[in-house]
Design a protein around this ligand. Structure first.
Ligand SMILES: Nc1ncnc2c1ncn2[C@@H]1O[C@H](COP(=O)(O)OP(=O)(O)OP(=O)(O)O)[C@@H](O)[C@H]1O
Ligand SMILES: [Mg+2]
Length: 248
């Protein structure tokens, strides 16, 4: 129904946004899958789950599914059962998966691990119904062209600052390279000032919402609670509404 990739620089609030949107969609009765695609794994704890096995660590399964005869690689390995077996459902019924780290093998690496993780993403994007949220790093390369075409919307999370605009330029280039058409922005950790407003005006993408800087998020993190249990959900409800307008 709606497939969203959340991207942005380190620490801007990608995981917080992903977890809260997952929660709000689940609350509306959608079946939600949330995948941590960041090497620095933190989505499970933001959704209140522990012990999610990173799929990149399933060395034997990867070997068995991906490596064919004479050392060839299968580009479309079977992964649907893995998807079921290695996902964990949280209290709200959100299905959580963790991709883990792709060993860097240079441009266009077709190492078995990479084919496997790409197959997982392809399965998520093309076979899962309802809502899919991908918590990604600033680099969205490992989506790959074919898979990226199934993403309805890329949300770039930015903190108001000059660097945000640079990030947006990079995200724009990456997404056009792999074929994601729709980009929208969430401004996070906003502290009101004329300079911040001026910068926000320079953003040329639709702005889904502006989330104020709030101690609530930091406290949630400190207390190891999902952010949606403690923060003001109103701006996120607005964001969800705008997402539905954009993708429908
Ligand atoms: N609006 C906000 N106000 C204050 N703190 C925030 C806000 N949003 C997120 N935070 C805090 O900022 C920190 C980073 O947030 P989060 O983990 O969501 O970012 P991230 O982009 O996923 O980071 P990483 O790149 O490390 O994965 C966390 O401590 C979080 O609680
Ligand atoms: Mg994160």
């Amino acid at each position: 129904m709606v497939k969203i990739a959340v991207s942005g620089k380190g620490g801007v609030g990608k995981t917080t946004l992903t977890a809260i949107l997952a929660y709000l969609f689940a609350k509306d009765g959608y079946s939600v899958t949330a995948i941590d695609c960041d090497a620095d794994i933190n989505l499970p704890s933001a959704l209140g789950v522990k012990n999610v096995t990173p799929l990149s660590e399933l060395k034997d399964i990867i070997e068995e599914r991906v490596v064919g005869p004479f050392g060839t690689y299968k580009l479309n390995p079977k992964v649907d059962d893995v998807f079921q077996a290695y996902s964990v459902k949280n209290k709200e019924g959100i299905r959580v998966l963790v991709l883990g780290t792709i060993e860097k093998g240079g441009e266009g690496c077709f190492c078995p691990q990479n084919s496997f993780l790409r197959a997982i993403l392809r399965h998520a994007i093309f076979k899962q119904k309802d809502v899919l949220l991908l918590d990604m790093e600033a680099g969205i390369e490992h989506l790959g062209r074919g898979t990226a075409r199934g993403v309805d919307l890329l949300i770039a999370v930015v903190e108001p600052g000059l660097r945000a605009l640079e990030t947006l330029n990079r995200i724009e280039k990456l997404s056009s390279d792999i074929g994601i058409e729709k980009i929208a922005v969430v401004v996070n950790k906003f502290v009101d000032s004329p300079k911040a407003k001026e910068l926000i005006e320079k953003i040329k993408y639709p702005i889904l919402g502006i989330i104020p800087f709030s101690q609530d998020f930091i406290n949630a993190d400190l207390e190891n609670k999902p952010p949606y249990e403690v923060c003001d959900l109103k701006p996120f409800e607005e964001i969800k509404k705008k997402i539905m307008e954009i993708v429908s």
